[in-house]
Design a protein around this ligand. Structure first.
Ligand code: ADP
Ligand code: ZN
Ligand code: MG
Length: 493
């Protein structure tokens, strides 16, 4: 394989293989639950333990999720797809092979649009296929190469995975990060994926350097140049930031290697998150090593018509655009309010009952802010929509001040689980009647002649003192802005 000319300007080329766990109740080929178990090796059965004679039965929910992903990625779902056995030995793989898809994956030729800074980029998805997750290993007393012993847990074995393979369309680590964020957002909108689940995202990143002269004006790189470039495949990446760091490390390592006149080795490397380095694992395995052959225990799958049949929700970009047009939101507010489908649903519900701007302030700024502070998510409160409506209504009808609504009522609702009326009642937050405020204003002026003199002498700070007096007399339930105006009007006479 030829290498880049020393000293020539180099372009970075990256392609990803992203493994995502699909959210289903049961595993892909048996009816063991996918939810995390308390004890190792308890969510298992003869099928996912690979016992002789056990037969796989395909989970319809996993196939549905895969077709929805295909639809969201504008991919083709071929007339017929099938499953293959990928043979290799590793203790986390009880059958000695993984059931996966090979030359007829369920999704082909898709794309995903991503914003990087203020640029839009379209990333090609060459394929996305279904497969089963292996079990998990726990190295005791050290890391993989110096542990005392290793435990194996098959609870995870058979969890449905989708492997999404991109074209080598990325030109830098920051683009990869933006893509992963977008991909997760879309998958979560589909209800097919839960980013909070441990290990739900695993990334293999392929990276090479090609001479800048091979990059066309349109950013495309010649197929032959891509083939020619020696690339490394970095494994064991499990987060967006991990991907960006691992790739930044590889960019520097490969550049330095080429600068010193050394070839980049075609190999598999391991991302060591703790040390922040990639380490050589082995020469890259070739496809022949896996002796792929048809999984005869599973019939071919014909689900292309499901693409029409299965509905998918409005996706984040479209929803963001609609929020801007329909509710007149700023780009920032629209982004925040579409960050998850649950947030967007919550906002729309409030926006339909109140002024969309008021709803945006209350959901995007107040509610999300307070939730975030408490490490809570919208899903912790979306069964309390009616209470939240009542809170916004109290503000819209000027029954309580916005400040009290936010700082007392909302916070108590979240901390104590009370409903808004209970908090208003208990804390005596109902806005004081006009007469009572007027009375308090008169009293404050009568009782504080010095402050009144100061005010007339042009000391504007004196007004704050008088506002404070009125607030005290009304137990904090008057609106400070209103009090300020009333005082000034009274003092002007
Ligand atoms: P393989 O023959 O190793 O299976 P594929 O063509 O299936 O290779 O691609 C596997 C991954 O490698 C894809 O994510 C693809 O985008 C990426 N890839 C292909 N060529 C390059 C390259 N020159 N540099 C970086 N990544 C690449
Ligand atoms: Zn099972
Ligand atoms: Mg391949």
């Amino acid at each position: 394989m030829s290498q880049q000319v020393q000293g020539e300007d180099l372009a970075v080329v990256i392609g990803l293989e992203v493994h995502v766990q699909l959210e289903t109740d049961t595993k892909i080929f048996c009816d063991c639950p996918t939810e995390p178990a308390e004890e190792p090796n308890t969510h298992t059965c003869p099928v996912c333990l690979g016992l002789p004679g056990a037969l796989p039965v395909l989970n319809e929910a996993a196939v549905e999720a895969a077709v929805k992903v295909g639809k969201a990625l504008h991919a083709d779902v071929p007339e017929e797809t099938d499953f293959h056995r990928k043979n290799y030995f590793y203790p986390d793989l009880p059958k000695g092979f993984q059931i996966t898809q090979y030359d007829a994956p369920i999704c082909q030729d898709g794309e995903l649009e991503v914003s990087v800074g203020d640029q839009r980029r379209t990333v090609g998805i060459s394929r996305a296929h279904l497969e089963e997750d292996p079990g998990s290993l726990q190295h005791v007393g050290g890391s993989i190469d110096d542990a005392d012993y290793t435990l194996v847990d098959y609870n995870r074995a058979g969890t449905p995975l989708m492997e999404i393979v991109t074209e080598p369309d990325f030109r830098g680590p920051e683009e990869v990060r933006a893509f992963l964020a977008k991909l997760e957002e879309v998958l979560e909108y589909l209800g097919a994926f839960d980013a909070d689940r441990d290990g739900s995202l695993r990334i293999d990143a392929n990276i090479s350097m090609v001479p800048e002269s091979e990059v066309g004006d349109d950013g495309e790189i010649d197929e032959a140049a891509l083939e020619d470039a020696n690339r490394t495949e970095v494994k064991n990446i499990s987060s967006h930031s991990g991907a960006e760091q691992a790739l930044a490390y590889e960019v520097t390592r490969q550049r330095n290697s080429i600068k010193r006149g050394r070839d980049v080795q075609q190999e598999t490397r391991h991302w060591d998150e703790g040390r922040g380095v990639t380490v050589s694992m082995r020469a890259k395995e070739a496809e022949e090593d896996y002796r792929y052959f048809r999984e005869a225990d599973l019939p071919p799958l014909r689900v292309s018509h499901w693409k029409e049949k299965l509905e998918i929700p409005e996706l984040p970009d479209a929803r963001r655009e609609r929020f801007r047009e329909e509710y007149g939101l700023s780009e920032e507010a629209a982004s925040k309010l579409t960050s998850t489908k649950q947030v967007a649903d919550f906002y729309e519900n409030v926006a339909e009952a109140f002024d969309p701007d008021l709803a945006a302030t209350w959901v995007a700024d107040n509610l999300l802010g307070e939730l975030n502070y408490r490490d809570m998510a919208i899903t912790d409160v979306d069964d309390r929509l009616a209470e939240f409506h009542r809170l916004v209504e109290l503000v819209a009808d000027e029954e309580i001040t916005a400040k009290n609504a936010r700082e007392v009522v909302l916070r108590t609702m979240l901390d104590e689980g009370d409903d808004p009326d209970t908090v208003v009642e208990r804390e005596g937050l109902g806005k004081t009647g006009e007469d009572e405020v007027a009375q308090a204003v008169t009293e404050a002026i009568d009782e504080n002649p010095d402050a009144v003199d100061d005010y007339h002498a042009g000391e504007d700070g004196a007004i704050n003192f008088l506002v404070g007096q009125v607030m005290q007399k009304t137990g904090g339930s008057a609106d400070p802005g209103d009090v300020n105006e009333l005082l000034r009007a009274e003092l002007a006479q």
